[in-house]
Each structure stands twice: as structure tokens, then as C-alpha cells.
Write a protein that binds this ligand. Structure first.
Ligand SMILES: [Zn+2]
Length: 387
């Protein structure tokens, strides 16, 4: 692509790669590598353990600390079963909107970040601009840890991280964290008429689920902390989304499986919630094993994403407010990779074009107006990096 290729052309190219999280993103990464190198910017890959995906990072500008990271993910959610009226992998303009899978979440920002890198390479930057593109964001924001830690070791340390998830270019300083478990309760089968000699996996699971109900009631009754107050609801919630188990009405259930997730507010730690839940499961296991030693509860930890905590006088927030003019206080209900940067010491905010309401939807779109707002943001960012 030419020097003067528009952000829209870059976006069209990015959308043309069907980078659903379960599939490879390597063709996209190869294209980005070639595009950057055409403009004299060297980038590095970090391969996934399975070898079918890669993160990419790059830097332009002076080799000094104090730069800015633009962070985006390359993966998108599937289109299976969705009623699209356009080809999801062809960026299509209609009524001032650019339709395509990932146009909003978040290849629009990725395109802006790539344009920023290319333009920055020709400017007398006083501090560097860094690019972080990840895979597997849509499946738990865990893979990015590798990218953050590699960048910490390999590049001068940046001062601000801007994660361009769709916020309508508002400056978002906080989100809840998440923690999940697959739970397998193992009972002992007897005829239900002999209930005290068996262990019903279902009835034991109910105790653990009721523990979650009790925590919800407690959390809801408590006065929200200052960090929790901006959220709706302003407290940590525990939720069981699926459950299955049992064989027949007259057999104590041998197995019960359920899935529990915690969405915790900033200021609370995933480890504290994990400890509390695991302690309750251990307590129940002890009771169950008094009846039969083969019974018990197995826990498999799913994703664990820290909360993004609003910073006090954070440089990223200050910068993003200056670039957008937005001085409102915003938190969001979805998780992002931002917290993985923040817990590793980077000042971090979320700010990007598009509305999260369009993310993951059929006929996902990014409005031309939001894309233009993103370009204005990049213009001001490049000015700030040269000042
Ligand atoms: Zn996203």
C-alpha cells in the first residue's frame, strides 16, 4: 500500500482477513509486517504455543523510555448463525457506516494505529510510539500477557497505554475484572430411599451455588466503595450460567457440572475471590468424604482477568483527556486487555472509535464519523509526541 493510503483502505484490508479467534491470524500479521516494513518500521512477532497465531509489536521514534503504546486485538468473534446483509469480510459503506466483522471491535482502531505508526516514522518524534497487536482477546484476554511481558523486556518502557476498544472516543478508566471456574461435583450413587448413605452431587452443588447467592446478597447490601460506585451494579456479582447432572429421580446424582463466573469491582482481588471459593469447595469436599471417600469437588480455573482500576493522576488518562477533550468519568462493563498492561505497571486507559453496542452483532459497523474522530485523535497524538 502507498504512503498516503487512507485509514479506510487499511481497515478494508484488515477486515478482509477472517481472523476469528479459533482460526489463524497469520495472514493478517504477515500483511501488517510487510506494510510496516515498506515504511521502514521493523516489527516483531510472538508466536502462539500452537503456532497458528501471533502477536505483533513495533516501535518507531527515539529509543528512549516515556513513549505511548497503541494496543489492539486482531481477532474477531464468529459470524456463524448471524443474519448479515453484507459480506462480513468485505468492508462495505452504506449510509455513512462501514460494515464488516471487526470494523468496530476493533480493527477500526488497529487501522488508526497502523496509520499512526507510518506517519510517526516520518516525524521528528521526541518520544516513541509503540504498537501492540494481540490474538485471542475475544477468548479471555489471557494471551496478551505474553505480549506485554515481551514488550517490557524488549522495548524502552512506555509511559502511557491506550487500548482502542470501542468507547465512542470517550476516556474509559475502569472496568470490572473476571474470574471463572468449571466445577465438577462428584457424588456417590445409592437408591434415593437410602439418601444418608449416598452423596448427591446435585445437592452438594446446590450448596456451593447457594454460597454464591449469599455473596451476591452480601455484596448488594454493602455500601459501594469509591472505586465500585460508578459501576452498574456497583458491586461484585457471582453467576452460574449452566448446570447439568443426575441420572434419575430415584438415584443420588453421581455427577453435577456447572460453570460459575465472578465479575469483581476494582479494588477487589481475583485471588481473594478464588481463595474464598476454593475454601468453600474444600469444606464441602470434607463433609462429602465423611460419607464416601470417592466423592468430592474438582475445580478447573477458567479465565482470570484483573479489573482496570481508575488511576490517580494517571499519565494515560491525562494524555487521553487532552487529546479527546473528554473530562467525563466513564467505566465500562466489558473486560479488556488494558488491565493486563496496568497490572504490569503501565498507566492505561481505554479509548477508541465506535460503539460497543455494535460489537459482536450481525451487520457490525463503524460510522465514518467515529473513524474521523479517531483520525483527529491520532493527529493530536502525533503532535503531542513531537512536542
Ligand atoms: Zn474488542
Amino acid at each position: 500500500m502507498e504512503d498516503n493510503s487512507s485509514v479506510r483502505e487499511i481497515l478494508a484490508k484488515l477486515v478482509s482477513f477472517p481472523t476469528v479467534s479459533r482460526d489463524t491470524n497469520l495472514p493478517l500479521v504477515e500483511w501488517v509486517e510487510a506494510y510496516l516494513s515498506q515504511h521502514g518500521i521493523r516489527s516483531e512477532r510472538i508466536m502462539s504455543p500452537c503456532g497458528t497465531k501471533a502477536h505483533l509489536y513495533a516501535q518507531t521514534g527515539p529509543e528512549i523510555d516515556g513513549g505511548v503504546i497503541l494496543s489492539g486485538h486482531t481477532d474477531v468473534v464468529p459470524v456463524d448463525g448471524q443474519a448479515w446483509t453484507t459480506d462480513p469480510w468485505t468492508l462495505t459503506e452504506r449510509d455513512g457506516k462501514l460494515y464488516g466483522r471487526g470494523s468496530c471491535d476493533m480493527k477500526g482502531f488497529d487501522a488508526l494505529a497502523l496509520m499512526a505508526m507510518v506517519r510517526a516514522a516520518k516525524l521528528p518524534l521526541k518520544r516513541p510510539l509503540q504498537l501492540a497487536l494481540s490474538f485471542d482477546e475475544e477468548v479471555g484476554c489471557v494471551a496478551v500477557v505474553d505480549l506485554v511481558e515481551t514488550m517490557l523486556g524488549a522495548l524502552p518502557r512506555a509511559r502511557e497505554v491506550i487500548v482502542g476498544e470501542p468507547t465512542m472516543m470517550r476516556v474509559v478508566t475502569g472496568h470490572k475484572g473476571g474470574l471463572a471456574y468449571k466445577v465438577h461435583v462428584r457424588g456417590f450413587e445409592v437408591h434415593s430411599s437410602l439418601l444418608p448413605y449416598g452423596v448427591s452431587a446435585i445437592m452438594q452443588a446446590a450448596k456451593l451455588i447457594d454460597w454464591a447467592n449469599q455473596r451476591n446478597a452480601e455484596n448488594a447490601a454493602r455500601q459501594p466503595s469509591e472505586l465500585a460506585a460508578p459501576f452498574d451494579p456497583p458491586f461484585t456479582t457471582l453467576h452460574v450460567g449452566t448446570i447439568e447432572g443426575g441420572t434419575a429421580h430415584n438415584i443420588t446424582a453421581k455427577d453435577c457440572r456447572f460453570f460459575i463466573e465472578f465479575r469483581f469491582v476494582p479494588g477487589e482481588s481475583p485471588q481473594d475471590w478464588a481463595n474464598a471459593f476454593e475454601a468453600k469447595a474444600a469444606e464441602l469436599t470434607t463433609e462429602m468424604q465423611k460419607i464416601h471417600p470417592d466423592s468430592g469437588i474438582d475445580l478447573e480455573r477458567g479465565f482470570a482477568l484483573p479489573a482496570l482500576t481508575p488511576e490517580t493522576d494517571g499519565p494515560a488518562e491525562t494524555l487521553a483527556r487532552r487529546l479527546t477533550g473528554d473530562n467525563g468519568r466513564h467505566v465500562v462493563s466489558y473486560g479488556t486487555e488494558g488491565s493486563q498492561f496496568q497490572v504490569r505497571g503501565y498507566s492505561t486507559v481505554i479509548c477508541g472509535p465506535g460503539d460497543i453496542a455494535q460489537a459482536h452483532q450481525p451487520d457490525e459497523f463503524l460510522s465514518l464519523e467515529q473513524l474521523a474522530a479517531g483520525e483527529a485523535f491520532i493527529d493530536r497524538l502525533l503532535d503531542a509526541l513531537c512536542a
